[in-house]
Design a protein around this ligand. Structure first.
Ligand SMILES: [Ca+2]
Ligand SMILES: [Ca+2]
Length: 261
């Protein structure tokens, strides 16, 4: 009997462990806007069933069966330019210096549906009677160009600093298909600034002939990729030419240089 109980206990612990491992942790549970810090959602434009706006603020309300990504999807079927919104209030005024926005679309196969058009962040400055004032606006590319793909971090920005207790976020609908309600995974506010980010870049160095004119071209695949011009043509002023390129958003890139008239 004792052995059986032990076995049951072991298997339930394992189940708990695998359940915990299945949870996809995105965003901070300790930020200024997390529900765990006492923030309340005061108003919002509506949810696509069975999603919940609380999930964008640290909530862990179930969505589709078995999904461990606690995300939110706004109402579907809205026209282009429709403004989805959420308003929230912290238990006391907070000093906001930065925020992170984690979001994801449904992929290029479906025209990047569920990616928002424009994001706007508003705040009511504490101690004034002024209404919501715009403090940040951002229009992403499609598909999103992530600051950090693994975390689905679309935007990380410094603001203010400002003292506020009430906030509002807007996400416009692109209406590129019926299921276009934007998906927001988490929205975190912080009293610290975003630290500078350092990423590796590539340095391209070519041997060239002074006085001749060159064009650098780039493609993302060989041999069938299309070569496109990379910046403007230039006239070489010495025997070598160097150019830096970003390594974001990742993936292979091939370069070539050719003499032009
Ligand atoms: Ca959070
Ligand atoms: Ca979340």
């Amino acid at each position: 009997m004792k052995n059986i109980r032990k076995l049951i206990l072991t298997s339930s612990l394992l189940a708990l462990q695998s359940f915990a491992q299945g949870i996809i942790e995105i965003g901070s549970p300790n930020d200024l806007w997390d529900l765990s810090s006492g923030t309340v959602i005061t108003s919002h434009s509506g949810e696509a069933e069975p999603y919940h706006i609380e999930n964008a603020f640290g909530g862990r309300l179930p969505t589709v069966f078995g999904a461990q990504l606690f995300d939110h999807i706004f109402t579907d079927g809205r026209p282009a330019g429709y403004v989805h919104f959420v308003e929230w209030k912290t238990p006391a005024p907070v000093i906001l210096r930065s925020f992170n926005l984690y979001a994801q679309g449904d992929g290029a196969d479906v025209d990047n549906g569920r990616e928002f058009g424009t994001f706007k962040l508003f705040a009511k400055t504490a101690g004034t009677t002024a209404g919501f004032q715009l403090i940040y606006q951002f229009t992403p590319t499609h598909p999103y160009s992530f600051v950090n793909y693994a975390q689905r971090l679309v935007l990380s920005a410094n603001v203010g600093p400002l003292l506020a207790q009430e906030f509002r976020a807007e996400f416009t609908d692109r209406a590129n298909r019926f299921w276009s309600g934007p998906r927001i995974i988490e929205l975190d506010g912080f009293s610290t600034i975003v630290a500078a980010e350092i990423r590796p870049a590539v340095e391209l160095i070519w041997t060239v002939t002074p006085g001749l004119r060159y064009q650098i071209q780039v493609t993302d695949s060989l041999p069938s990729g299309v070569w496109t011009n990379f910046s403007d043509p230039f006239v070489a002023s010495s025997g070598s030419y160097r150019h830096f390129d970003s390594t974001q958003p990742g993936g292979a890139r091939f370069y070539r240089i050719k003499e032009v008239q």
